[in-house]
Ligand binder design. Structure first.
Ligand code: GLC
Length: 576
């Protein structure tokens, strides 16, 4: 039972990446019927809601984040009735459902963009389709600029996936038009012009289309990117630690008005419909602006995800997020993994022989950027830390996200042949950036066949490593110390222990213990007649004798806490 006034303030949401969850059609790529077959697994896990990464028709040049029709289902994944069936199944199991929406850009296969290409400016500048992509006289929906007689990019903006963020547009015969379109991501993802009311009206329709089908919320892709600075000024050199608002295409004040407009659409519905923002915005106060009462309900806490394995830094990050969100009266939305970042078990794994462990690990987490993926790592330590931090995350006040496979303790896969890799960041940079395929490898369900039960045996779109034989969900079911059992136990307890989960008005939400530097230790005060709970994580290199008493509720490793002694890379939940 969720206890907070609004379910989304303390919900645990599980992210499903449809290409890689389960493949009922046996074509090597996951699909919606596959996901439906796993609803009992999802129910047993103890989550409250599912977020489905994009399911829309797409040429799949960015794994579905390049949408060509916002009101349908990609045929590889199924049909509209499959998704309706999934909504029903999840609701029947008592789970809510979020879907993704991608408003910053369309695919270049979207009819708006195709229409614009078919009508180059010299033909007829007044044809409506042309105006859809631009603030210029031509296309109207996307952002196009003409400059230097078409000889060079309009400004110095860079694509997140590498190289310039502008691409010269050719007409249908392949001739350059002298116009450039903006693509903050892949060149197959032209950015939309959100100053155009027609674009806004069309997205309102899309929101209602899915709300009417019964979905409970949207995860908003690149929520910090849809407004661009007036006049498209060059990007100043951004130095580390700078607020992203200095970058003319991130976190512009103009975008808040759009989120206020979306909130009004959500507020038309009963029961409550909800947004979660993907906004890579720092510091926490800037991020909290997206969560003001009339804007988006929740937003991922990326500083928490990016925080290196360092007690002081983690405590500061948690504190800052709670303080900033409290001003907006918004819950904090904790997250450690998603489809864009290295798996936690690999990220937290120290590089063998490196003295620079913390810094090098911290750098690996930016979208499209990566650290030394060829380095040898101690994955055993990495997994212990990922499990420990999962327990810490689930004890913090607010909502939390778990990415498919995180509950199995999967590691990042680097051993993927170049010709099988699909991430546009790998392709655009000729392999200089290794990209994100390694966290998108299909889930190992059991040892029934060569694809670990992902399907009936057709090779998977990304190869699964042999080492996953030991990590299948079926193997872990029967092991009471497995990461799957740990996750289930933690989620069950999180529901039973009223001190955990959401925020309350009557008690302090989290009280830090002043302890040894290597311990991250806090108490969630008693509420609703239940007991207080203490969460202690040992982030140091040595076992620590704890001075607190209390009954042991859960330990991230069954041998990790004995007679008051807490092992390194281990978390314990105690009564307080
Ligand atoms: C978001 C998605 C990422 C995608 C990008 C462009 O950051 O999470 O996977 O590549 O947006 O849509």
């Amino acid at each position: 039972m969720l206890r907070a006034k609004d379910w989304w303030r303390e919900a645990v949401v599980y992210q499903i990446y449809p290409r890689s969850y389960a493949d009922a059609s046996n074509d090597g790529i996951g699909d919606i019927p596959g996901i439906r077959s796993k609803v009992p697994y999802l129910k047993a896990l103890g989550i409250d809601a599912v977020w489905l990464s994009p399911h829309y028709p797409s040429p799949m040049l960015d794994a579905g984040y390049d949408v060509s029709n916002y009101r349908d289902v990609e045929p590889i994944f199924g049909k509209l009735e499959d998704i309706e069936g999934l909504i029903n199944d999840l609701h029947g199991a008592g789970l809510k459902m979020f879907i993704d929406i991608v408003p910053n850009h369309t695919s270049w296969d979207h009819p708006w963009f195709k229409e614009a290409i078919a009508n180059p400016p010299e033909n007829d500048p007044s044809v409506p389709a042309k105006a859809r992509y631009a603030d210029g006289p031509w296309a109207k929906y996307h952002l196009l600029r003409g400059q230097n007689g078409g000889k060079s990019e309009p400004n110095n903006w860079e694509s997140v996936f590498g190289g310039p963020a502008w691409h010269e547009l050719n007409d249908l015969t392949g001739n350059p038009t002298g116009w450039w379109y903006l693509h903050i991501f892949d060149k197959s993802q032209p950015d939309l012009d959100w100053t155009n009311e027609e674009v806004r009206a069309d997205f309102r329709q899309t929101l209602r289309f899915w709300f009417d089908k019964g979905i409970d919320g949207f995860r908003i892709d690149v929520a910090h990117g849809i407004a661009k600075a007036d006049g498209y000024p060059d990007c100043p050199e951004i130095t580390e630690g700078d607020p992203t608002s200095k970058n003319p295409y991130w976190d512009q004040d103009a975008l808040h008005e759009i989120w206020r407009d979306w909130r009004k659409v959500a507020d038309e519905y009963e029961p409550q419909r909800v947004f979660v923002a993907e906004a890579w915005v720092f510091p926490a106060e800037r991020n909290a602006r997206y969560l003001r009462a009339d804007e988006l309900h929740t937003g991922f806490n990326f500083p928490f995800l990016k925080c290196p394995w360092d007690t002081a830094k983690l405590r500061e990050t948690i504190d800052m997020s709670l303080k900033a969100n409290a001003i907006a009266q918004a819950p904090t939305t904790w997250v450690l993994e998603n489809h864009d970042v290295w798996r936690a078990a690999t990220r937290y794994a120290p590089v063998t022989g490196s003295t620079e462990e913390i810094e090098s690990n911290a750098r690996q987490m930016n979208l499209g950027r990566d650290g030394d993926w060829k380095a040898q790592r101690d994955l055993e330590v990495g997994l212990a830390r990922a499990r420990a931090n999962l327990l810490t995350m689930l004890a913090l006040p607010g909502s939390a996200y778990i990415y498919q496979g995180q509950e199995l303790g999967l590691n990042e896969v680097f051993d993927i042949p170049a010709d099988m890799r699909q991430d546009p960041s790998f392709i655009t940079t000729g392999g200089k950036l290794v990209g994100r395929d390694g966290c998108r490898v299909p889930i190992p369900w059991d040892n029934s066949n060569d694809t670990f039960g992902f399907n009936a045996g057709t090779p998977t779109w990304l190869p699964q490593p042999d080492s996953w034989k030991k990590l299948t969900a079926a193997e872990q079911e029967s092991d009471k110390n497995s990461t799957l059992s740990l996750t289930r136990n933690a989620l069950k307890l999180r529901k039973e222990l009223s001190a955990l989960g959401g925020l309350t008005e009557d008690v302090a939400d989290l009280v830090w213990d002043e302890t040894d530097n290597d311990l991250l230790s806090f108490v969630r005060p008693a509420r609703l007649g239940g007991r207080a709970v203490r969460c202690v994580m040992n982030m140091g290199k040595h076992a620590q004798k704890l001075t607190f008493g209390g009954e042991v509720l859960l330990v991230s490793d069954e041998h990790g806490y004995d007679d008051g002694l807490l092992n390194p890379d281990t978390t314990v939940w105690l009564t307080a």
